[in-house]
Write a protein of this length. Structure first.
Length: 337
């Protein structure tokens, strides 16, 4: 499997799973639907993978002369983020995956860096035996720390193109401002400035602590218990939402609403997906009717305020976790849904 396929599958699986408060096969939003997310997933992997290769040219990019990187554009994290955002913009009506682009781009760079050391002719291939997650994490930190202010400018261009909701003005290194960035405004630095109000930004300053320290182990546990992949995704999503309050909700509605939603998720987790001892599949199946009712009630609550309670950041973290599961051989295809 190559990086593009792993990214595409991760995003497709994330979008299709019936996670409360998110777009899925049975629920759309007014301004975005499942087809927008599936279309975004279909183009994201190839755009990121092409940006990892030195021979990337304008012919590899969507036809938009104002935003396409120039001929001979160097391989860099900023260019990858921009490439993924441009590709998404070409197929989706509104922002569907900026958070995923920001998480998957450095992860893809790390995997490609590891592969290029041993297989320079095929750096985007993922070995069948998988890659040690700690080695990925080490390369990831190096890639982020080496991304200078020139790459921050490309990342800000991507944010401007995606135009995500809930973005507020800040005093320094504001992504929505036209002011000149300082030489010290590296990607690591500006993400650090946003880390207290955005979980994705905090990943850049903690070595992806949520992804490696929480998402991956939780998915791994459900997979070892042989849960179908949809329930691996839903269970991990609820556990994450309970333990890591969703910062997209915080930006839109404030900390009290964010914490209240995490409390509801915590109750569902306690009853159906306990952290210390997830139910084995036979016992889990016995709880399915009650669980479906609980998830339906939670989903209704999250959608009852014009979808402003959508835990979008948590969904982005799920996509990153799925990509890591594929790269580390925790998920093998074909899958049981």
């Amino acid at each position: 499997m190559d990086i593009a396929t792993a990214i595409n599958l991760s995003c497709l699986w994330e979008a299709t799973a019936a996670k409360p408060g998110n777009v899925n096969r049975s629920s759309d939003f007014a301004d975005v639907n499942l087809v927008d997310f599936l279309s975004s997933a279909a183009v994201l992997g190839s755009s990121i993978q092409r940006s990892l290769l030195p021979q990337a040219t304008p012919g590899n990019w969507p036809a938009n002369t104002e935003t396409c990187p120039p001929l001979g554009n160097p391989v860099s994290l900023g260019n990858t983020i921009l490439a993924g955002t441009i590709a998404t913009k070409s197929v989706a009506r509104s922002n569907t995956n900026l958070g995923m682009v920001l998480l998957l781009s450095p992860l893809a760079h790390a995997v490609a860096a590891i592969q290029s050391q041993t297989f320079p002719q095929s750096p985007v291939q993922i070995p069948n035996c998988g890659i040690d997650p700690q080695i990925i994490r080490t390369h990831l930190s190096d890639i982020i720390n080496q991304a200078g202010v020139d790459q921050t400018q490309l990342m800000y261009q991507a944010i401007s193109i995606a135009n995500p909701g809930g973005m507020n003005k800040v005093k320094s290194a504001d992504a929505t401002s036209q002011t000149q960035l300082e030489p010290t405004d590296t990607i690591s630095h500006v993400m650090g400035l946003a880390s207290q109000r955005d979980s994705i930004a905090s990943e850049y300053t903690t070595g992806f602590e949520i992804t490696f320290g929480q998402t991956l182990p939780r998915m791994d546990r459900f997979l070892q218990l042989e849960y179908p992949l949809q329930w691996v995704i839903i269970g991990t999503y609820l556990q994450l939402l309970a333990s890591v309050p969703d910062t997209l909700i915080q930006r839109k509605l404030g900390p009290p609403q964010m914490r209240a939603i995490s409390k509801i998720a915590e109750r569902v987790v306690t009853n159906y997906f306990p952290e210390d001892a997830p139910f084995p599949m036979p016992q889990f199946n016995e709880n399915l009717p009650e669980l479906h009712n609980e998830l339906a009630d939670f989903d209704f609550h999250l959608r009852s305020d014009g979808n402003n309670r959508n835990p979008g950041t948590t969904a982005d973290l799920i996509a990153a976790g799925l990509f890591l599961c594929l790269c580390t051989d925790r998920i093998r295809t074909p899958i049981l849904w």
